[in-house]
Design a protein around this ligand. Structure first.
Ligand SMILES: Cc1ncc(C[n+]2csc(CCOP(=O)(O)OP(=O)(O)O)c2C)c(N)n1
Length: 367
């Protein structure tokens, strides 16, 4: 950048208010700064969100039935999850977190494979090359570095591929995110950062997470264009991610997107959110439900009728029933397998841990 360009860097700043296309009441946002996706895309977004929510409630039920060890729900975040994923091209790559199972399923990965990790297995459960989806990351923000490295490599190899990385508001405070944003901008890597600001990092609210005007404002510090978008508006999320992917694919570098949304459920089924937030706050966000607003919009324009709605519901229900049935089996896991794929030549410490585990499992001595 020249000094003049630096001085004019305000074009990198996000809008003061989140960009939107469809308001909370299902009506159009006046004078939108984005182009509305066509009717077919809006219907795909709607169908994807309905299926995503049904998958999410099914996975939550599976924790109660002891079939899943843990499940971080993305209920309420369907617009960000599905809007982002459906804006990707087949050759692009997704770098998700533990919360983004519904996005991984929407990308085409078998839902039973997606739930393998959360069932307690040691691996991610799916072949990353099947639908270009990296393993879901539990360590916060590590996937930002994977995405930048991957995107940079793709560019060097001359491949037409953009990496979309999903991260939470809490993850933006990690050092890894800083390094990823910095190098993405320096290298002009074809990567899109989609921050799902769902208000909380477990029990930590956004106000204790950052003093920045918005998470999107962080982009200017790295020299990266940033977008603030209504994360409960699937049409708007789709539009901004599609634009960012097109920019990246055209060699114009990375974009930081903050999608403002809300984590309706607790952090996971192992957490109790009533201990740190009011029901009134949750109610406010329920009124901004991403599915209800798109349904209203589509219905008002004759794009969705009862017959179509029934088809969409029936499909989501059938997928959930199949998932339930396929998950309702006792899996046989070999705990020793955990040690087999860490190093080509296991270290002495690892060999010792493996031996201790085998001894414990043989004698039943857990002391
Ligand atoms: C490096 C690292 N530090 C701490 C944790 C523990 N941890 C798991 S989830 C979480 C909160 C993450 O919040 P956020 O990034 O906002 O994502 P969300 O869970 O809300 O989707 C923390 C601190 C972790 N997984 N990884």
């Amino acid at each position: 950048m020249t000094t003049t360009e630096r001085a004019a860097a305000s074009h990198l700043l996000p809008s003061a208010e989140p960009l939107g296309l469809i308001a909370a009441d299902g009506g159009p946002v006046p004078d939108p700064a984005l182009e509305l996706p066509d009717g077919e895309v809006l219907l795909r977004l709607y169908q994807g969100m309905v299926a995503g929510r049904r998958f999410d409630t099914q996975a939550t039920a599976l924790t109660k039935q002891g079939r899943l060890a843990v499940y971080p729900s993305a209920r309420g975040q369907e617009a960000a999850e599905i809007g982002g994923i459906l804006a990707l091209r087949p050759q692009d790559w997704l770098f998700p977190t533990y919360r983004d199972s519904m996005a991984v399923v929407a990308r085409g990965v078998d839902p039973v494979e997606v739930l393998t990790l959360l069932r307690g297995d040691w691996h991610c459960g799916y072949d990353p090359y099947h639908a270009n989806v990296a393993p879901q990351c539990t360590p916060l923000a590590t996937n930002t570095l994977h995405a930048v490295g991957f995107a940079h490599a793709a560019r060097i190899k001359g491949e037409d591929s953009v990496s979309l990385v999903l991260l939470g508001d809490g993850a933006t405070s990690e050092g890894d995110t800083h390094e990823a944003l910095n190098f993405a901008a320096v290298w002009q890597a074809p990567v899109v950062f989609l921050v799902q600001n769902n208000g909380y990092a477990i029990s930590v609210p956004l106000a204790k997470q950052t003093a920045a005007p918005s998470l999107a404002h962080k982009g200017i510090g790295y020299g990266m264009p940033s977008v603030l978008v209504d994360g409960n508006d699937a049409a708007a999320v789709h539009a901004v991610v599609e634009q960012a992917v097109a920019r990246a694919a055209a060699g114009e570098g990375p974009t930081l997107i903050e999608a403002v949304t809300y984590r309706v459920e607790s952090h996971t089924n192992a957490d109790d959110a009533t201990r740190y937030r009011d029901r009134a706050e949750v109610e406010q966000w329920l009124a901004r439900d991403p599915i209800a607003r798109l349904k209203q919009y589509l219905t008002d324009r004759g794009l969705l009728d009862d017959a179509r709605q029934q088809q969409i519901d029936a499909r989501a229900e059938a997928e959930a029933a199949t998932l339930r049935e396929r998950m309702n089996v006792d899996t046989e896991l070999d705990p020793a397998e955990l040690f087999r794929h860490v190093y080509a030549e296991p270290t002495a410490a690892l060999r010792q841990q493996a031996a201790e585990l085998t001894a414990e499992l043989t004698t039943g001595d857990q002391a």
